[in-house]
Design a protein. Structure first.
Ligand SMILES: *[C@@H]1O[C@H](CO)[C@@H](O)[C@H](O)[C@H]1NC(C)=O
Length: 378
């Protein structure tokens, strides 16, 4: 009896000790890691999170149709958060590097085609204000890097913003704004300087690839450090979806692949045969976008498929499909490489950095809180 009680006490102590150590790592707001805080700046909703002692700040602008809340996993403290695979991967890598992260909503919050895009006239002044005031919100030390990262319409804004506000670096995803050489000319006449710029794009979109080339030529001619990361299409293996999304189980992943194969969507090497907007995708799309149909599938895969919210899972599946097609999607896989390249002002070979830092599996990325930035503030 006594031995059993003593053993139980020891177990309890161990759990308390372990629990104590786990909860010791909290973000600057004192909340569990990957819980965002919210702030409104110039009428724009901003989601942000910081280690207790951030050493940099990454400010993210989403592509059309998306939101700042896409970047954190759904939790009781963020019911609107969607943790989309590529967006969440950016936050995990930035926090692991000791950066604070902020993701801004575009002013336009309408849904449907052309909605939720960033536009210069709606957003430039507000984002510039956020760039100036966010460092204070997250207690960023003076001189620490402030990096802009935008996808598509958000990237177009990110690449042009240095003409009105100083930043240390810019990441532009699947975009190359026209008129960048005019912006550079204005910058030479004014006081602003273009910081190092990194283009991450999907060269299967050949039209965009040639725009990226002319942007890069213009920047090189103006002696700006510039580089690119080219992201190719993917084939759909059985673990394709579960390797990207933390809320898609291997069972669901294999089932999705099986259905795609049966619906004739994959070629002999398991690449997507036709563009995901094509009519041949209708059957698959109605499975994924109809909460009722997808709910049934999810329920049949319990208990391995833990996330049962069909709307949320459907969005994750579609993002994975667009990544596989490889034309125009947010790319969050290279944030560590991008931040390191910007920190050294473009003085390292980007392809080596990509090789060194490419996560083996996006869905298993965790936030590394061993760095000094995560030591609690005393
Ligand atoms: C976690 O971060 C620490 C400190 O920055 C680093 O030394 C360590 O290698 C990192 N661990 C992993 C698994 O990346």
């Amino acid at each position: 009896m006594r031995t059993a009680a003593a053993a139980l006490a020891a177990v309890t102590l161990l759990l308390v000790g372990f629990g104590g150590r786990v909860t010791a790592t909290v973000n600057a707001a004192g909340k569990p890691v990957l819980t965002p805080s919210r702030v409104k700046i110039a009428g724009h909703d901003i989601y942000f999170e910081s280690p207790p002692r951030p050493s940099g700040l990454l400010i993210i602008m989403h592509k059309c149709g998306r939101s700042g809340s896409d970047h954190w996993p759904r939790s009781k403290s963020c019911l609107e958060c969607e943790g989309l695979p590529q967006s969440l991967a950016k936050v995990k890598q930035a926090l692991s590097r000791g950066y604070a992260v902020a993701a801004i909503n575009s002013k336009d919050r309408s849904t449907g085609g052309g909605g939720r895009c960033f536009a210069w006239k709606n957003d430039a002044a507000a984002v510039a204000e956020a760039v100036r005031s966010l460092p204070k919100w997250v207690k960023l030390p003076p001189g620490a890097p402030v990096v802009l990262d935008g996808a598509s319409s958000g990237g177009s804004l990110a690449l042009r913003l240095p003409s009105i506000v100083a930043v240390s670096g810019v990441i532009g995803e699947v975009i190359a704004p026209p008129g960048l050489s005019d912006t550079l000319r204005q910058m030479r006449e004014g006081r602003m300087r273009m910081p190092p710029a990194l283009y991450i794009h999907m060269p299967r979109d050949t039209n965009m690839a040639s725009k990226v080339k002319s942007n890069m030529d213009a920047l090189k001619a103006a002696n700006v450090a510039v580089a690119q990361i080219r992201v190719d299409r993917r084939s759909i293996g059985s673990a394709y979806f579960s390797d990207l999304s933390p809320i898609i189980s291997p069972r669901l992943s294999a089932e999705l692949k099986r259905k795609m194969r049966a619906m004739g969507l994959l070629d002999s090497k398991a690449f997507l045969k036709v563009e995901p907007s094509n009519v041949v995708w209708n059957a698959f799309r109605s499975l994924v976008s109809s909460p009722k149909a997808l709910s049934q599938l999810l329920a049949s895969l319990k208990p391995q498929q833990r996330e049962q919210n069909a709307v949320l899972v459907g969005k994750h599946i579609l993002e994975c499909i667009h990544t596989a097609w490889g034309h125009h999607e947010t790319i969050g896989e290279h944030t560590t490489a991008a931040l390191e390249w910007l920190e050294v002002k473009g003085k390292r070979d980007i392809s080596r950095l990509v090789q060194r830092h490419r996560p083996a599996r996006l869905s298993s990325l965790t936030v590394n809180t061993s760095g000094p930035q995560w030591r609690p503030r005393s």
